[in-house]
Ligand binder design. Sequence first.
Ligand code: ZN
Length: 408
Amino acid sequence: MKTLYGLPEEVVFCKKCLYSNQRPSSEIEFKHTSETKKKTMVFDEHGVCDACRFAEVKDSIDWVEREKQLIDLCNKHRKNDGSYDCIVPGSGGKDSVYAAHVLKYKYGMHPLTVTWPPIMYTDYGYRNFRNWIEIGGFDNISFNQNGRVMKTLTRLSIENLFHPFQTFILGQKNLAPKIALKYKIPLIFYGEHESEFGNPIAETQSSLRDASYHTYKNLDDLFLGGVSVRELQDNYNISLNELMTFLPPTEKEFENSNVEVTYLGYYLKWLPQESYYYAVEHSGFKARPFRTEGTYSKYLSLDDKIDDINYYTYFIKFGFGRCTEDASQEIRNKHLTRDEGKALVKKFEGEFPERYFLDVMNYIGMDPDYFRYELSDKFRSPHLWAKVNGEWKLRHTVNNDGVDDVNL
Ligand SMILES: [Zn+2]
């Protein structure tokens, strides 16, 4: 059967968590086009996904030794002359709050926090961001993007890639390295390693992020919203200067600096629930009183109105959504059983994100019905979706996959 995005034809769910083998790995966003074939989650011969295997590896890591490595790294870079010695990128979610706070108050570093603001802040997200800076006590550079260009690129990424979050991810990955070069700050700490969410496990062997994610060689190879940088200039009335904000530094610029991009999650055992409690205690972080649509959680990734819609597009393209993400993470961290997770998925997965939907459609200037029907249907892969009595149904879900819940 025909599959879109190079997804594997056979749909398989992990026997330990709820992940599907359709789950794509992180993309180099500025190379992403509608033709891009996804690399997807690796499953081993026991039917267990890489994210679960990584969770096991995490349990066997000598965290005392890793913390020593962190202390060495901090000792190497710490500056006591009044300048910054590291950057913590983030928008004030629980993970960036935790990272900045421990680096400053436990390890004696002098972080500059750097924010690429969400496309559309939620009230809760904005309050948490302010509290991070004001209660946590940090200097912060927030980069306010050119609104017209941001809007155009976000719309293009939705229309061409069904990927509402692309402009956010671009800035989240590219801004900190550029600020580091500008201010000559040698070290950048991201939080969790991408492999926690299923990038190839081999990438976790290193504390450093591969430079291909945040540098480029040739402008002609780059795409934003699935449109080439040349075409954006020729046909969309966006100048090169206006596009540069969304692009990473060049490979050359980066190589000539000594900036290291690292993950704090490599050195410290990262548990989302723990960083949440930590953020509540140290910087007045607040969960939302209501659950996020499409899932049961109240404190995960709630800064951006477009996030809920982003997860919905994920559900359309890959056949599973935010509830699977949230529950799988909690199963791996032993806060939920697989059966509890399956019940949550049955209840919440795929719920349409009504709360902010019209706000987002207004922002990008898109007809809501066009998004809901015509555009969504274009991105449904036939191997995942079937129309039954006029209604779209998933051919495979974790609740009807016939997988035995065996403990491997
Ligand atoms: Zn798994």
